[in-house]
Ligand binder design. Structure first.
Ligand SMILES: [Zn+2]
Ligand SMILES: [Zn+2]
Length: 173
């Protein structure tokens, strides 16, 4: 499998590096990083001061050269009635997105004694692995340690691991 990472807006080099590394580790896939793209026109919702996640997915699908493509953006994303999303993907689709905006919270609430930088890197890796999992047909998993566990807050992201549980692995690997 080939996954193309599509940076949208100004994405720092370490974020691209961590995302690539996470995907390679878990899916043993080829990963490329696309040229940076501007934020999609019309994706901004002025009332919410946030960006519509769907348009980032469309952009990734459209410009990405991979079998699966994932947009990464520092912009704050929302989806329908949800106040915010860390990421979004359609089941079995070829596009997906993650936002680093709300993954930056420096502390993990004492869950580990890792540095803020390491915690942030882990979150980025978990979120890209999670969204690409959806594009491979995986739904949310009840196993709290599994990367496919639904994690609406950073606390839950921090609790789960970067890897797919055995059950999820058997479906895609
Ligand atoms: Zn999900
Ligand atoms: Zn699982």
């Amino acid at each position: 499998m080939h996954v193309d990472i599509v940076p949208v807006g100004e994405v720092d080099a370490p974020v691209k590096r961590e995302a690539s590394a996470g995907l390679r580790t878990v899916y043993d896939c080829e990963v490329t990083v696309h040229d940076a793209q501007p934020v999609p026109d019309g994706s901004y919702d002025a009332n919410r001061d946030q960006f519509r996640a769907e348009e980032f997915i469309e952009l990734a699908s459209h410009v990405g050269s991979g079998e699966k493509n994932i947009a990464i953006t520092p912009k704050d994303l929302f989806y329908r009635r949800r106040n915010y999303v860390f990421g979004l993907a359609y089941l079995d689709g070829n596009g997906s997105v993650i936002s680093t905006y709300r993954l930056q919270t420096s502390s993990d609430g004492g869950f580990s004694n890792r540095s803020a930088e390491d915690i942030f890197s882990d979150r980025v890796r978990k979120e890209v692995v999670h969204e690409i999992g959806h594009t491979l047909g995986l739904e949310h998993c009840d196993n709290k340690r599994c990367v496919m566990n639904f994690s609406p807050t950073v606390r839950e992201v921090d609790v789960k691991e970067e890897n797919l549980c055995g059950t999820c692995q058997r479906q895609v690997l």
